[in-house]
Design a protein around this ligand. Structure first.
Ligand SMILES: Nc1c(C(=O)O)ncn1[C@@H]1O[C@H](COP(=O)(O)O)[C@@H](O)[C@H]1O
Length: 160
């Protein structure tokens, strides 16, 4: 199971892409709102116990002063993927990117691009796929689909 959390329901339009891609891979997910700033006790409980509940990878999306992914990573032994979300009040998203990306040594967060929620889902599937052949096959099929789309576009351009 993959845990998907976000700092606010206002992040959901972006984080929906994570949900959609993982559902398309038939990977079990659990989605919740958790905020380091607004619900610190819930964050503590989530990060301390996620691995005990069967979660294998955590995807955390947040905007602005995005402490959520780093704080989860500080307390969880699981791989944490951070999604910087460009929230309405942001400094063009840079606030979120930098606060998720620039983690201190020893506490990694695998940071995807600004609003890169889809890639976060694919990366999580790849991590699971390293030890789950069924998921690995789905990732391989997805990548094959990407290749076919490019080949089709290439043929179209060359034949026009
Ligand atoms: N960055 C964080 C954290 C956190 O890091 O704990 N909690 C909420 N937020 C972010 O605040 C932004 C605005 O939230 P609201 O829209 O609820 O005011 C959201 O992008 C959320 O991720």
């Amino acid at each position: 199971m993959i845990g998907i959390i976000m700092g606010s329901d206002s992040d959901l339009p972006v984080m929906q892409e994570t949900i959609d891609i993982l559902e398309s891979f038939d990977i079990q997910i659990e989605v919740d709102i958790v905020s380091a700033h607004r619900t610190p006790e819930k964050l503590f409980d989530y990060a301390k116990n996620a691995h005990l509940r069967g979660i294998k990878v955590i995807i955390a999306g947040a905007g602005g002063a995005a402490h959520l992914p780093g704080m989860v990573a500080s307390m969880s032994p699981l791989p944490v993927i951070g999604v910087p979300v460009k929230s309405s009040n942001s400094i063009d998203g840079w606030d979120s990117v930098l606060s998720i990306l620039q983690m201190p040594g020893g506490v990694p967060v695998a940071t995807v691009a600004l609003n890169g929620a889809k890639n976060a889902g694919i990366l999580a599937a790849q991590i699971i796929g390293a030890s789950d052949k069924c998921v690995l096959d789905k990732v391989i099929a997805y990548k094959e689909g990407l290749k076919i789309k490019v080949e089709q576009a290439s043929n179209k351009v060359r034949n026009s």
